[in-house]
Every structure is written in structure tokens, then in C-alpha cells.
Design a protein around this ligand. Structure first.
Ligand code: FES
Length: 166
């Protein structure tokens, strides 16, 4: 039966190639599983990490009132606030422009607060003197706590609020 002999393949001829392919596929599968396990592990670790947004404290102390004589304008960009000391008392103004929310800058030379974005100007009481800003800069809470000036930017107060210090 020469025909059957031709069709049958000797066992020794196909075995090394077949073994190589199986080994290659096994390695490929192991590699894919390894990558998937690594990705899952990294994702799991990131899930355990607290996703906290750190923001500045809204309530913070400044110091004793006598440290800020009348005429002092404290600029606190980190807290987005100005603290103004006058003969009558203290008040704190938000430094965020009421037009589109840019950070304003204190212009000491012209005794005003200026917004670099669209040119709004505010006087030191926060009232709009020029530009597109629709509202004055809002005042935020400033109190005397155990002899220290304490500002809380989370609490808005009346536009004429003033902390009188005897
Ligand atoms: S954001 Fe200040 S003038 Fe536009």
C-alpha cells in the first residue's frame, strides 16, 4: 500500500515544529495574562489610593491687628483675598474678578485693584470703577479670634461689613 505510506507523516518530522508552535502560543498566552494581571493590579492599587483634592483652608489667621496699620493692603493670592486696614477697621475682599473670574492684582501705585483679563478696575473698597465687571468685589468674613485677625473666605458678608478693633 504505497498510497497510505505517502499520506502518513513520520512522527519525528512534525513534532519539533508542533512543539515550538505550542510553546510559542503558551508563552504568548502567559504574557497576555501577565499584562492583564499587572494592569488589574495597578488599577486596584490606584483605587485604594485616596482621591482627595487638596485645597487651601478657607479659615486662616493673619496676626494681631496692630501688625497692620491703617493703609495696609495685604494681598493673599493663595487664599484669593485682600485684607484692607483702614482707620475705621478691617475688611477682607475676594480677589476674584466678578466679570469672568480672573485673579485681580493690587496696583499700589494707583491705589486700586486691577483685573488683567478685560481691564476691570476696582477701588480699595472693591467697588467697580472701570471695565466690564458687573459687581463689586465681595467682602468675606474677618473676625477677631483670641486677639488674632481671622479670615474665612467661605463666608461672604455685607458689602459694608467692617471689623472695628478698639
Ligand atoms: S475677568 Fe476681570 S475683567 Fe474680565
Amino acid at each position: 500500500m504505497p498510497l497510505l505510506d505517502d499520506l502518513s507523516m513520520p512522527a519525528t518530522e512534525g513534532a519539533p515544529d508542533d512543539l515550538g508552535r505550542r510553546r510559542f502560543l503558551a508563552l504568548l498566552g502567559s504574557g497576555a495574562l501577565g499584562v492583564a494581571a499587572l494592569g488589574t493590579g495597578i488599577t486596584g492599587l490606584r483605587f485604594l489610593e485616596p482621591q482627595v483634592l487638596f485645597e487651601e483652608e478657607t479659615r486662616f489667621g493673619l496676626g494681631r491687628p496692630e501688625e497692620f496699620p491703617p493703609g495696609t493692603v495685604l494681598t493673599l493670592p493663595k487664599h484669593k483675598v485682600y485684607v484692607v486696614s483702614t482707620k475705621e477697621g478691617f475688611f477682607a475682599l475676594s480677589s476674584v474678578c466678578t466679570h469672568l473670574g480672573c485673579m485681580t492684582r493690587y496696583d499700589k501705585e494707583h491705589a486700586q485693584i486691577a483685573c488683567p483679563c478685560h481691564g476691570s478696575r476696582f477701588n480699595l473698597e472693591g467697588k467697580v470703577t472701570a471695565g466690564p465687571a458687573p459687581h463689586p468685589l465681595p467682602r468675606v468674613e474677618i473676625v477677631l479670634d483670641r486677639g488674632l485677625l481671622v479670615v474665612d473666605t467661605a463666608h461672604r458678608v455685607a458689602p459694608d461689613a467692617l471689623l472695628k478693633v478698639a
